[in-house]
Write a protein that binds this ligand. Structure first.
Ligand SMILES: Cc1cc2nc3c(=O)[nH]c(=O)nc-3n(C[C@H](O)[C@H](O)[C@H](O)COP(=O)(O)O)c2cc1C
Length: 188
């Protein structure tokens, strides 16, 4: 890690499911980075009160303060780890809606990584669709990514049953932190 101030990494968890696998793996990723000395924050969409995007990206939503919180946390981050479910072959709606409530001023130039949980077999549909969104925001997605097939049995007592899954989550988290530190240093 650079001798400069450590990067600030936000975990943004987009599953609304009570026992969400992607939310638990996101917590692991954030804990790993905290242990590495990064500054971290975690937003769990189950705990936020967000409206549906109404088509106005500048809308301040004064009666929904969590919109401001979301925007400020993303703005303050050097890197963001997105986590969520694959629904019907793509990104779950709650996470996409949270991304739609943001604008370039919060996202552009940041580093992103993603974890997607699937009920079925492994595929990269939602991960690839998140890459499109991140690219559209003129931000950077690290090459590492984590798809979690058969997500409901991937964890036992909150821990991955396959140690390789845990290692891949840790690797993804560290890749986001490393790239975020480099890009921030480059921005000066
Ligand atoms: C509306 C809906 C659509 C889903 N679509 C898919 C799908 O296209 N492919 C798949 O493998 N699993 C699908 N699933 C299963 C979820 O991806 C699975 O439950 C996963 O664990 C959700 O992630 P989470 O544990 O983080 O909530 C779907 C589940 C729901 C509720």
């Amino acid at each position: 890690m650079s001798p400069r101030r450590p990067p600030r990494i936000l975990g943004l968890g987009g599953s609304m499911r009570p026992d969400s696998t992607s939310q638990l793996l996101l917590r692991r990723a954030v804990a790993v980075l905290e242990g590495d000395g990064c500054r971290t924050a975690l937003l769990d969409l189950r705990e936020l009160d967000l409206p549906f995007c109404n088509g106005d990206k500048k809308e301040p939503w004064p009666s929904r303060p969590d919109v401001k919180l979301l925007r400020e946390e993303v703005r303050a981050a050097d890197g963001v780890i997105l986590a969520g479910p694959e629904y019907h072959g793509t990104i779950g709606g709650a996470l996409k809606n949270a991304l739609d409530l943001l604008d370039f001023e919060h996202v552009e130039g940041k580093v992103f990584g993603a974890i997607c949980a699937l009920g079925g077999r492994s595929n990269s549909n939602a991960l690839n669709h998140l890459r499109l969104v991140v690219r559209w925001y003129r931000a950077w997605m690290v090459p590492e990514q984590v798809a979690v097939p058969q997500a409901r049995t991937a964890l036992a007592d909150g821990e991955p049953t396959d140690p390789e899954l845990g290692a891949r989550v840790d690797e993804l988290a560290r890749s986001v932190a490393r790239a975020a530190a480099l890009l921030r240093a480059d921005r000066g």
